[in-house]
Design a protein around this ligand. Structure first.
Ligand code: FE2
Length: 528
């Protein structure tokens, strides 16, 4: 059994609290004193105006011999520069085999560089497969909270099970992160985040909580917005509990943007500059490998993580390379252009990468961790048809291509995980709705939001009509929460974990529905 999550989740320890430098709190108190140093002496320890690990720690991108461990120094996280001078700051890191950090197996020093927002991304390697590790950082005499992380099983291993949860859409203003508090306490080997980690909008009145600024447009804006979100103890606890695999959706940059096309009417070069700064802040704030370091407005986010021969996660990016919605935005009858072979959510390179990786995958279960709903849900009762043009049905040609690939190449147990729409769904994915065999070739679990949308409802108003219109939809619910999954070689089990309210703190969590999928049978059985 894995050990419990770290007790220090997201909160500075008593020891590190003592290391605060309080008082005048001016930037000048971050004294490098390099000018005062006598020749040959050690560099003086940095002193901070306040606790520099205010944003907690995180880990991600697990492999069988390592992962990324992350922190960002920010004694004043909501101000430009984070309350630090524009100089590199040495940060010591340690990885241990025990929660008390007694058996340290890897350690070293990294530089928190101002050009990367004083973030630190370390990739310790040479660790043992399939076990828990703990990590922490030290800068000057300040020490970070301890995070817990885990390596994946060896590539050839046949693990008995994998437990993970996935989540998305955590609008700060519309609710508390109660669902993340519960998620952090789950027995997760991994946490998958499917995007809308932040929202870019301006502060609004009369919300549960308040954004820190007008709409965010610049690197400093994005950094401060991430910092606001990351100051939440529940989010820090979820990061400290297990390694993450994070991808993005639209709000990490701009609502419903498509590649280089913004929502607002601004010149392309203006938007691409904004995208570059938003992507940089995403990299700085997430436990991503150096391979994902952005170059201008480009950041390579699609990648794979393998859990031995049990499961492979194909993490997708359906924002950066997509063509504009072929039939425009909104819910409407397809216009014909959704069958244009040039319209794409993935872009050709990512699609080739996905198809090739699926064919070569050694895994019993192939998980697509991605953003927008793949099932073609008809939103209108009766013979009329209305589908969401921002989701896969707006790109119907490519949607069918993916499902056909599952079928024709006999891909082992494809399971699609989805965020984006702030509601829970369990869908069987039918290859073709309009005349072919109508066979289910995969299943899709759509997870609701952590907080976006505020308090939800267990049974949406149109539920009966929607289920009657779309028989491949086996479950739909509009509460807030997250989705917990367990994979064994024979069976996949999904629990929809929901909280009844988020506009005030303290909601309990419950399992609203449970579905199982038997290996080799792409259909859903409700078991709870
Ligand atoms: Fe969202």
């Amino acid at each position: 059994m894995p050990p419990p999550p770290p007790s220090s989740s997201g909160r500075p320890s008593a020891l590190s609290r003592r290391s605060f430098v309080t008082g005048t709190a001016s930037l000048a108190t971050v004294a490098w004193l390099s000018g005062c140093r006598s020749p040959g002496s050690q560099a003086p320890a940095p002193r901070f105006s306040a606790y520099p690990f205010s944003l907690g720690v995180a880990s991600g991108e697990p492999s069988s011999d390592g992962m990324v461990i992350w922190t960002r120094l920010a004694p004043e996280p909501l101000v430009p520069g984070g309350g630090l001078p524009p100089e590199p700051i040495p940060v010591r890191w340690e990885v241990a085999e025990d929660e008390a950090m007694q058996r340290i197996v890897r350690s070293g020093e990294a530089l928190a560089r101002p050009e990367w927002g004083h973030s630190v991304h370390v990739e310790p390697a040479g660790l043992r497969p399939d076990r828990w590790y703990w990590y922490r950082f030290t800068a000057g005499d300040a020490r970070s909270p301890i995070g817990r992380t885990r390596t994946t099983p060896a590539p050839s291993a046949q693990p008995a099970r994998l437990r993970f949860s996935f989540a998305s859409c955590q609008h700060y203003e519309t609710g508390h992160y109660t669902a993340l508090e519960h998620l952090a306490r789950e027995d997760n080997d991994l946490i998958v985040h499917l995007g809308d980690y932040i929202y870019e909008g301006a502060a609004r009145d009369n919300q549960v909580r308040r954004h820190n600024s007008a709409e965010i447009l610049t690197l400093d804006d994005y950094r401060a917005r991430y910092a606001l979100y990351k100051l939440d103890p529940a989010l820090q606890a979820a990061h400290a509990a297990a390694p993450w695999l994070a991808t993005w959706d639209d709000h990490e940059v701009d609502n419903n943007y498509a590649n280089d096309i913004p929502q607002d009417d601004v010149p392309r070069e203006v938007f691409m500059q904004r995208r570059a700064e938003a992507y940089q802040a995403f990299y700085e704030m997430m436990p991503l490998r150096a391979a994902a370091r952005p170059r201008g407005p480009d950041l390579l986010l699609y990648r794979r993580v393998h859990y031995g021969r049990l499961a492979s996660f194909h993490v997708l990016d359906t924002r950066q390379y997509r063509t504009d919605q072929p039939c425009g935005d909104g819910n409407k009858r397809p216009c014909g252009d959704e069958m244009n072979p040039a319209a794409t959510l993935l872009g050709a390179a990512q699609r080739d990468w996905l198809f090739e990786g699926l064919e070569r995958s050694p895994a019993a279960w192939n998980v697509l961790a991605q953003q927008v709903m793949m099932a073609r849900v008809d939103r209108l009762a009766g013979p009329d048809l209305a589908v969401s043009m921002d989701q896969w049905p707006g790109y119907e040609f490519e949607r069918r291509r993916v499902l056909r690939h599952f079928l024709d190449r006999k891909i082992a147990n494809p399971v699609v995980l989805t965020g984006d729409i702030h509601t829970n769904w369990a869908n069987e994915l039918v290859a073709d709705f309009d005349g072919l065999d109508g066979r289910s070739v995969a299943v899709e679990f759509v997870g609701t939001s952590i907080s976006s949308g505020g308090d939800g409802v267990a049974e949406p108003r149109n539920l009966d009509a929607l289920l009657a219109e779309n028989p491949f939809v086996k479950f739909h619910n509009a509460e807030r929460g997250y989705v917990r999954c367990e994979i064994t070689p024979e069976r996949w089990t999904t629990d929809y974990r929901t909280v009844p309210y988020v506009t005030r703190p303290g909601a309990p969590v419950a399992t609203r529905a449970t579905f199982t999928v038997e290996s080799g049978q792409p259909s859903l059985t409700r078991t709870g």
